[in-house]
Design a protein around this ligand. Structure first.
Ligand code: ASP
Ligand code: MG
Length: 406
């Protein structure tokens, strides 16, 4: 008997009908002769609604109380899925994150899983139960409930799959897999049958919100293949795994975009040691996460320093940087919050010349100005005007012939 871990997202369990539909899918997996562990997210917008409710009660809800409150969303969903299975005469039991042995550190609202003590889950499986685990939550050493950060049920599922030695973690939502680009922007975008962990990690980090990057990281670390598929159809989805990849592939795999980009430039910075440290240490202390950083070559010992942050963090970042810029004698501090990112990603681009040139050429043909460029071994990212991002995604998808089968 194979052990399968499945995870169903919030839209898949949004109401009673959908919960019954999910229960039928779980039953089918069981009927195929598998042991099944299921992780669920909270129904629909429950988590958002609970956050709003807490904010109506008090301006700054206590982080411990807030985590307990938010954890209830997944508990509701897990019990209802279990009841739906009982209604179909399947043996099933729901477990909270704590009962399932998800042990975390004590950073409320963004706790990290330290280990999974999976004896309880195993003993329920041994009794013949389908086990339905509330995602997104764990428990500290001191028995306090924590949550894993928004979208954290994916992480619960992969962590459970790793600790139980499951052959696969099947993650079901309302999307049919990973595409060569967002199909809402590029109609000819194609579902990828498979993708590597590293490629998926870059995609998830650079704008494809289909799966949480932490879940992909965990999958890679413990070598758990993750199937991303829809709970509403029976289409095959995309398998995220570590290879080997059989086909000779188009070296670019997918185009990602992100519209949440703001840029700060410190103009006329004296070029001497310690300046970058002063700026970025202060930003880190203020909890601003900085993305792309570019420093120009200096002329007469004066340089410009640019970096990007999420739009929501721009005001805070400017507050931190302005006084430092003044102290170090920089000329001025400018910002632009109408930017976006486009990236092409593919493991095969490594060691293959010409990808960057093709990307820049395609953008220039469209009259799109590149503000900043960053690369990794398997990614090229350009920061451009926000209003041009969708045109850029379409043009790049065509230029790299991503609509064609491998
Ligand atoms: N319910 C949580 C959220 O909305 C966790 C999850 O859905 O994975 O972020
Ligand atoms: Mg949710």
């Amino acid at each position: 008997m194979a052990l399968i871990v499945q995870k169903y997202g919030g839209t898949s369990v949004a109401d009673a009908e959908r919960i019954k539909h999910v229960a039928r899918r779980i039953a089918r997996t069981r009927e195929a002769g598998n042991e099944v562990v299921v992780v669920v997210s909270a129904m629909g917008d429950t988590t958002d609604d609970l956050i709003k409710l807490a904010q109506q009660i008090c301006d700054k809800p206590d982080s411990r109380e807030l985590d307990v409150l938010l954890s209830t969303g997944e508990i509701v969903a897990s019990t209802l899925v279990t009841m739906a299975l009982h209604g179909m005469d399947y043996p099933a039991i729901s477990l909270s994150g704590a009962q399932a042995g998800i042990q975390t550190d004590s950073s409320y609202s963004r706790a990290r899983i330290l280990k999974v003590e999976s004896q309880r889950v195993k003993s329920e499986l041994d009794k013949g139960n389908i086990v339905i685990v509330a995602g997104f939550q764990g428990i500290t050493n001191g028995m306090d409930v924590t949550t894993l950060g928004r979208g954290g049920s994916d992480t619960t599922a992969v962590a459970l799959a790793a600790s139980l030695g499951a052959g696969v973690c099947q993650r079901y939502t309302d999307t049919e897999g990973i595409y060569t680009a967002d199909p809402r922007v590029v109609p000819e975008a194609r579902r990828l049958p498979e993708i590597g962990y590293d490629e998926m990690l870059e995609l998830a980090t650079y704008g494809n919100k289909v799966i949480h990057p932490r879940a992909v990281e965990l999958g890679e670390l413990y070598n758990v293949p993750i199937l991303v598929a829809s709970s509403f159809t029976d289409r095959p989805g995309t398998l995220i795994h570590g290879g080997p990849f059989m086909e000779v592939r188009n070296k670019a795999r997918s185009v990602a975009y992100d519209l949440d980009v703001a840029k700060i430039t410190v103009v006329g910075v004296p070029d001497r040691p310690g300046i970058a440290a002063a700026i970025f240490e202060a930003l880190a202390r203020a909890g601003v996460s900085v993305d792309t950083i570019v420093q120009n070559a200096s002329i007469n010992n004066i340089t410009d320093l640019s970096f990007t942050v999420a739009k929501s963090q721009l005001a805070k970042a400017m507050e931190v940087v302005r006084p430092i810029a003044k102290t170090i004698g920089a000329r001025e501090c400018t910002s632009d919050d109408k930017l976006g990112k486009v990236s092409i990603i593919g493991a095969g681009m490594q060691n293959t010349p010409g990808y960057a040139a093709r990307m820049f050429g395609t953008l220039s043909e469209k009259g799109i100005n590149i503000e900043l460029i960053t690369t990794s071994e398997i990614r090229i990212t350009c920061i451009i005007e926000e209003a041009k991002v969708k045109d850029a995604v379409l043009a790049l998808h065509r230029a790299f012939e991503l609509e064609k089968e491998d």
